[in-house]
Structures are given as structure tokens and as C-alpha cells.
Design a protein around this ligand. Structure first.
Ligand code: NAP
Length: 333
């Protein structure tokens, strides 16, 4: 933070290829004034999400981010001024503040959060990442005890929680991640039964060895070639929870989609369903109670990757897309 100016990171140009630091610029903006119904927020932690990059392609479940605007992004923030009766200075909220020190945001777009310690857990296990893992696995994947669950981007914020919940539910769990270090971490620290390094090539074969009885639930964070490798190994009546497609976000998407769609889906009677975490928020309290109980019991380890300084946010997102992070990446202001 810097006095009464408001540092902002603008997306100056939408990338046509890979995202680079040249697509962003830091400027000193005006201190925002909250209008009626808005709260003035001081941003504490910016959430770095693979989806930040996907929003640059166009409108999805939210509107596209546009060039020459403050880069969009969720954050945990403190209310420092309020023109909304439901929020008061000192409250902690989650909302889309964008990448800046201060933001004025309508209170109806903010979620008031508990003041728990550490606050960072509000972005990781008790935030979008934890809830996405919980709802996607349990409500879409519907794993049963003894089944085999595979999760991609397994060392990332959503994937690392998915695998651990699947273990809690008594499943055999295989993570797919980039690099031997991440794979070792999944099995040695998080209790996954096996891990496949997709950067080592031959994903199909490695997966066959790790899941000799086939896959019952595939939690897909990446799409593309890894989805294609999983599809033929799905067991009859298996479930694929389509959470995201990070392999397609940065750069030019591959020319062909996964082969085997819809043939394998028909023959194996698969259910393949996309979901957006916000569709499930009516069960948020139940999910948070379970997640909290598992964390307290030591059954669910929380991995966070905290980068310091607003100015480092572009690099932190570019690094996340390249697989630098383990667990939930965020920027502390
Ligand atoms: N549906 C929803 O409501 C919802 C909500 C939140 C997030 N999501 C989705 O969840 C997924 C994970 O997002 P996140 O924000 O939590 O990020 P994250 O998993 O913490 O980080 C992204 C990870 O993706 C992996 N990756 C990057 N390029 C890849 C590629 N070409 N092939 C395979 N893996 C690749 C990298 O790990 P490696 O080192 O292993 O490559 C990187 O660490 C994304 O698809 C996101 O869109 C969906």
C-alpha cells in the first residue's frame, strides 16, 4: 500500500499467445469513493486462479476481462469504509476486487467471511478451492469406498484437496502432476496412493500401471491430452467431473479435442458433467463444516503458496500456469 494512491495492475492487452509480463502495467490510480450500497475495501490477499487466464478469452460464467482495465480477480479484503448498511469497517469479505490496493464494490457482490486465523485459509481450503474440490468430487464424482479416483493438476489448489477428500472417503487415489518432485510430494506428504508425472511422457501407460483396475471417478482440471488418456481407462458407469481445462487456457488451444467422445461415453455408460462451484453454494455451510473437521483432525493438509507484493501478481499468475505452485497460490499485499 502507498498512502492515498491506489496502485492498480491493468491488463493492457489481451494475449493472443502465451501470457507474459508485457500484457500488464502497474499504475497509480485514484483512491475509489464508495457510492450508495458500496463498501471501500483494502485488499489483503489476491487469489491467483488458472481461470484468471481463461477470462481473457471471452465471456464464460462471468464477463470477459477487457484490455486497459484493472485485471479482475478475487481477493480477501478488509472493509475500511462503507455506504452499505450490511457492512462495517473491520469486516472481512471475499469478492472480485481486481488487482489493486483498494476497491469500491457493491455489498451485494461481497461475501462476509469469518475472522479466522490464518486468513489465507479463506482463499484455500475454506474458499473457492476447497469448495470446488468438495462439491465437484462428492456431488459430481460421487466416489464410493474402494473405488479408484484420478485427479489432474493434482498438486494444485483444487487438485490437492480433491485427492485428500477421496482418501478420506476410502478410495484409491492417483494424482497426475508435472514433475517428479510434485509427484513424490503427493504420495509422501498427502497420502495419495500413486502419482503420474505427465511431463515424463507416456501418461496412458503410467496411468494403466497406477490404476490396473480402471478408473471409477476422474476429476478433470486440465482437459486435452490427459482427458484423452483417462477416457479409455474409465470403468463402466464411471463419472467424470469436468472442473476446468487448464491445458487449454494459455496460448492457442489444440486443434483437436480428446478422441473417444462420445463413443467411449456411450459404450462405458459414463456420466461426464461440468460444474461451477457457485451452483452449489446452498450447501456451503455443510461443506465448510466437513472441511473444517478434516483440517482439525489432521486428515486434510492445507498447502499454500504465498507471494509478496502487488507488483509480483502478473509473474505469479504466469508462474501458476507454468506449474510453479504447490497448493493454493495467492499474493499478499
Ligand atoms: N468449476 C469451477 O467452479 C472451478 C473453480 C475453481 C477452479 N476451477 C478449475 O480448477 C482447475 C485448477 O485451477 P486452480 O486455479 O486451482 O489452479 P492450480 O491447480 O493451483 O494451478 C494450475 C496447475 O495446472 C497445472 N497445469 C498447467 N498447465 C497444464 C497442462 N498443460 N496440463 C496439465 N496440467 C497443467 C500446473 O501444475 P503441473 O505442474 O502439475 O502442470 C498448475 O500448477 C482449473 O482448471 C480451474 O479452471 C474450476
Amino acid at each position: 500500500m502507498s498512502g492515498s494512491t491506489n496502485r492498480q495492475i491493468l491488463l493492457v492487452e489481451k494475449p493472443s499467445g502465451k501470457l507474459g509480463t508485457e500484457h500488464f502495467k502497474m499504475v497509480d490510480g485514484e483512491m475509489p469513493e464508495p457510492k450508495a450500497g458500496e463498501a471501500l475495501l483494502r485488499v489483503l490477499y489476491i487469489s491467483l486462479d488458472a481461470a484468471n487466464r481463461a477470462w481473457m478469452h471471452g465471456a464464460t460464467y462471468r464477463s470477459a476481462v477487457e484490455a486497459n482495465t484493472v485485471m479482475a480477480g478475487g481477493a480477501i479484503a478488509e472493509v475500511v469504509g462503507s455506504n452499505a448498511p450490511e457492512l462495517a469497517p473491520g469486516d472481512i469479505v471475499f469478492g472480485d476486487t481486481g488487482w489493486q490496493d483498494y476497491a469500491a464494490v457493491p455489498a451485494r457482490h461481497l461475501t462476509r467471511m469469518p475472522k479466522l486465523e490464518p486468513l489465507t485459509h479463506l482463499l484455500s481450503v475454506f474458499g473457492i478451492a476447497g469448495l470446488t474440490a468438495y462439491f465437484g468430487l462428492l456431488e459430481i464424482g460421487k466416489p464410493r469406498e474402494g473405488e479408484t479416483v484420478v485427479v489432474s493438476a493434482a498438486a494444485g489448489s483444487v487438485g490437492s484437496i480433491v485427492g485428500q477428500i477421496a482418501k478420506i472417503k476410502g478410495c484409491r487415489v492417483i494424482g497426475i502432476a508435472g514433475g517428479a518432485d510434485k509427484c513424490n510430494w503427493l504420495t509422501s506428504a498427502l497420502g495419495f496412493d500413486a502419482a503420474v508425472d505427465y511431463k515424463d511422457g507416456a501418461v496412458f501407460k503410467a496411468l494403466r500401471a497406477a490404476a490396473p483396475n480402471g478408473i471409477d471417478v476422474y476429476f478433470d482440471n486440465v482437459g486435452g491430452d490427459i482427458l484423452e488418456a483417462c477416457l479409455p481407462q474409465m470403468n463402466n458407469f464411471g463419472r467424470i467431473a469436468c472442473c476446468g481445462a487448464v491445458s487449454q487456457y494459455d496460448g492457442i488451444p489444440s486443434a483437436h479435442g480428446p478422441r473417444g467422445v462420445p463413443g467411449l461415453i456411450v459404450v462405458k455408460r459414463l456420466i461426464m458433467q461440468g460444474f461451477i462451484v457457485t451452483d452449489h453454494m446452498d450447501r456451503r455451510d455443510r461443506a465448510l463444516a466437513d472441511l473444517q473437521a478434516w483440517v482439525e483432525a489432521g486428515k486434510l493438509k492445507v498447502q499454500e503458496d504465498i507471494i509478496n507484493g502487488l507488483e509480483n501478481t502478473p509473474k505469479a499468475l504466469i508462474g501458476l500456469l507454468a506449474g510453479e505452485n504447490r497448493g493454493k497460490r495467492m499474493v499478499k499485499l
